[in-house]
Design a protein around this ligand. Structure first.
Ligand SMILES: Cc1cc2nc3c(=O)[nH]c(=O)nc-3n(C[C@H](O)[C@H](O)[C@H](O)COP(=O)(O)O)c2cc1C
Length: 157
């Protein structure tokens, strides 16, 4: 089983989880990057990113260094922006063949409210089997991240 962990990460939290998950699964990694960079300041990121999610903006992605077509299964990772997965994922999932390979999703957030994001994403993922909601390092609940990742990886099999 050849697996690819595909993720977007603006400030590194999702990237850190992606590396752990890929390491445990023996999977390759593909980081999604938008052609247009996000602003540097957090306030501007909130305005820009929040607005992008609200209006369903689909950004252009930079060329991939891995071909999702060469993998059997995809694990997808995203921060939560304005209650949902980031716009870069919408761009990635325009490739419906890749969307069909996604069996597992992990989210990073500051507050843990991922239900709305998962429900919206699940509509595009016909073979989704499992998901996990991980928390920012600043959040007290983040101490459970390790255990949640273990369980998640076990469910992927
Ligand atoms: C534009 C933007 C919107 C966000 N919206 C939410 C939100 O609605 N709920 C939440 O819990 N966290 C929200 N966050 C916090 C991020 O989900 C959280 O910091 C996450 O760990 C960031 O992952 P990253 O370091 O991989 O970019 C938001 C962050 C940004 C930049």
């Amino acid at each position: 089983m050849k697996r690819l962990v595909v993720y977007y990460s603006l400030s590194g939290n999702t990237g850190e989880a992606a590396h752990k998950i890929a390491g445990e699964l023996g999977a390759d990694l593909l980081k999604l990057e938008t052609v247009k960079p996000m602003p540097k300041s957090f306030a501007a990121q909130i305005l820009t990113g929040g607005g992008q999610v609200l209006f369903g903006y689909v950004p252009k992605l930079r060329p991939f260094d891995k071909d999702p077509g060469g993998y059997d299964e995809i694990v997808l990772g995203s921060p939560i922006w304005n209650g949902k997965a980031v716009p870069a994922l919408s761009a990635f999932l325009r490739d419906t063949a890749a969307a069909e390979k996604v069996t597992a999703v992990f989210f990073l957030s500051a507050g843990g409210g991922t239900e709305k994001g998962l429900a919206a994403l699940a509509k595009k993922l016909p073979n989704l089997k499992t998901s996990v909601s991980l928390l920012d390092g600043k959040h007290e609940g983040s101490r459970d991240n390790e255990a949640k990742i273990e369980k998640f990886v076990g469910e992927i099999g």
